[in-house]
Design a protein around this ligand. Structure first.
Ligand code: 3SK
Length: 525
């Protein structure tokens, strides 16, 4: 279906490399406008610079980069020469980066100067395969502390300066490694999902074509960062595959910054995670910002609580399309559709994917019965790097075990119940934390919530609701009791938390997923 030769960078950009490229806008970034012409030229220069360093097919390039045009040029430039970019989370502790350098055996590290300054002391006698460190342009650069490492230190501008803007793509096969994305499990080390040159085309031909229907006039803005599988699609190849534009914002996605960006750059589609939609709904001066450019909003990472869907639609008249994807599947495979979106429903299977829900014996369950969700589709990663056990456990032939519990109805709508390891069994009955959290969020005092099963002193599972209160509410015993009474009217009695505990924040991954296991382990009480 993809032929014998496919280079994903070439496949995405060669279509737009014509006389219109000078006018067609690829990226809005701060006050810069990058046309497709400029972007294609810069990708080629970067690719030529890497080639001059001796970087070859399948060499890994670890990227610790903010959402800037240089993330894009590095990611696509590396793949154009057949090298393998590996973007990772920019919010980690410096010592954590050593794991990624060593797990990837990266030859090149492309890094923001402020992060390099923090990482530098940890590099001594580590990551011995690393040959080059390339420092990204950054206005907050300041002085760079030289790393305690034998790798050559170069600047990004030094690497590309004088390079040709012409570059023949490496003749990769559709099934060659193109890029890796790490998935942060709740236990053990993160695992790298190895994606191939064809995978991005599969997402463009499934979710993007059938659900979002992106066209050349679209302007996309993703609050979720490019290093995350969700953000990588939303903020880069969804636009580049369709000749559309992306808006890049390097800062932390704080509500006011998000509002300002939408107001200024007028995106047509906005992508975020549920906690950010919730935070946007709490901003008092929301009327100061114009969001009328939006034709669609998208949510993933965690199920979207119905109350957020409803309030957003009431306020802005735009649907938030909830969906579920994974780093392994690369993007979304079950989704709501424009004009057919419902609160509390993950949606229908995206054409091009197959899913099944099975019981503990691997047999498919009938509608309305909860089971483990498996997905099949051509964008699913080939394997996990260096992790034979997890590959064998999760990638069963063509089927990928998602680790999520779901049920479906007779009409083909799918309903998320929870991560398999977050489900609670109390008094012999299964409880979905998602259902209880959604009910908690409808209480006027509740800003955020996480529901967890914790063993009590006699070893029985007790359902506990952890709650962050909205400003102006007093986290008192009376409020806790009032919340429990409120839940009794909304939920079956056995689902009502035995206790409400007030906390300052709900721990989340950089990609917005609630870390319920931190409560279970007693890290937060
Ligand atoms: O978490 C998700 O739902 C998701 C969606 C798209 C791409 C990647 C992920 C993890």
């Amino acid at each position: 279906k993809f032929g014998n030769i496919l280079n994903i960078t070439d496949a995405l950009f060669s279509k737009w490399d014509n006389s219109d490229a000078d006018k067609r806008i690829a990226i809005y970034y701060k006050d810069e406008i990058w046309t497709y012409r400029k972007l294609i030229d810069e990708i080629n220069k970067l690719g030529n610079g890497l080639k001059e360093l001796g970087i070859e097919k399948e060499n890994r390039i670890l990227m610790i980069a903010y959402d800037t045009p240089y993330f894009i040029t590095t990611f696509y430039g590396a793949m154009k020469i057949g090298a393998v970019p590996v973007p990772i989370n920019t919010y980690l502790k410096p010592e954590e980066y050593i794991f990624y350098l060593e797990d990837t055996d990266a030859k090149v590290l492309v890094i923001e100067p402020d992060i390099l300054n923090k990482l530098s002391p940890y590099l001594k006698d580590r990551a011995n395969k690393l040959k080059y460190i390339i420092i990204l342009p950054n206005s907050n650069e300041g002085k760079i502390d030289l790393p305690h490492h034998k790798a050559h230190l170069l600047t990004y501008s030094g690497l590309v300066s004088g390079q040709s803007k012409y570059l023949e793509p490496e003749k990769t096969s559709p099934n060659d490694m193109a890029f890796w994305l790490y998935t942060s499990g709740t236990t053990g080390h993160p695992k790298a999902a190895v994606h191939l040159h064809k995978d991005i085309l599969v997402v463009l031909d499934t979710y993007v074509k059938h659900v979002l229907k992106i066209n050349e006039k679209d302007r996309l803005f993703s609050a979720s960062k490019l290093f995350f599988a969700y953000g990588l699609g939303n903020g880069s190849y969804f636009a580049f595959g369709n000749g559309a534009s992306t808006i890049l914002m390097p800062d932390k996605p704080e509500p006011r910054k998000i509002f300002e960006t939408i107001h200024k750059y007028k995106p047509t589609i906005f992508f975020a995670v549920p906690t950010l939609y919730n935070a946007l709904l709490q901003v008092e001066e929301w009327k100061n910002y114009d969001l009328s450019s939006l034709r669609l909003c998208v949510s993933a990472g965690e199920p979207l609580p119905p109350i957020i869907y409803t309030k957003w639609k009431e306020r802005y008249g735009v649907e938030i399309l909830d969906g579920i994807g994974s780093t392994e599947a690369l993007h979304i495979y079950i989704s709501n559709y424009p004009g057919d979106s419902k609160p509390g429903v993950t949606g229908k299977v995206v054409p091009g994917y197959e899913v099944k829900i099975v019981d503990e014996n691997g047999n498919e369950v009938p509608p309305k019965v909860v089971g483990d969700l498996y997905v099949k589709g051509d964008s699913v990663a080939m394997f996990y790097w260096h992790d034979y056990e997890s590959t064998r456990k999760n990638m069963n032939g063509n089927w990928f075990r998602t680790g999520d519990k779901f049920y479906r109805d007779e009409e083909g709508y799918y309903y998320y119940v929870g991560r398999s390891d977050d489900m609670i069994k109390a008094s012999g009955l299964w409880i979905s934390p998602i259902e209880v959290e959604a009910a908690l969020l409808t209480h006027p005092a509740v800003l955020e919530a996480a529901v967890v099963g914790i063993l009590d002193e006699v070893g029985l599972t007790k359902v506990i609701g952890f709650v962050v209160v909205k400003p102006g509410y007093d986290a008192s015993t009376e409020l806790a009791e009032e919340i429990r009474n409120y839940l009794r009217q909304k939920l079956d009695h056995y689902k009502v938390p035995k206790e409400i505990r007030f906390v300052k924040e709900i721990p989340k991954t950089a990609t917005g997923k609630i870390q319920r296991y931190k409560f279970r382990l007693g890290e937060i009480k």
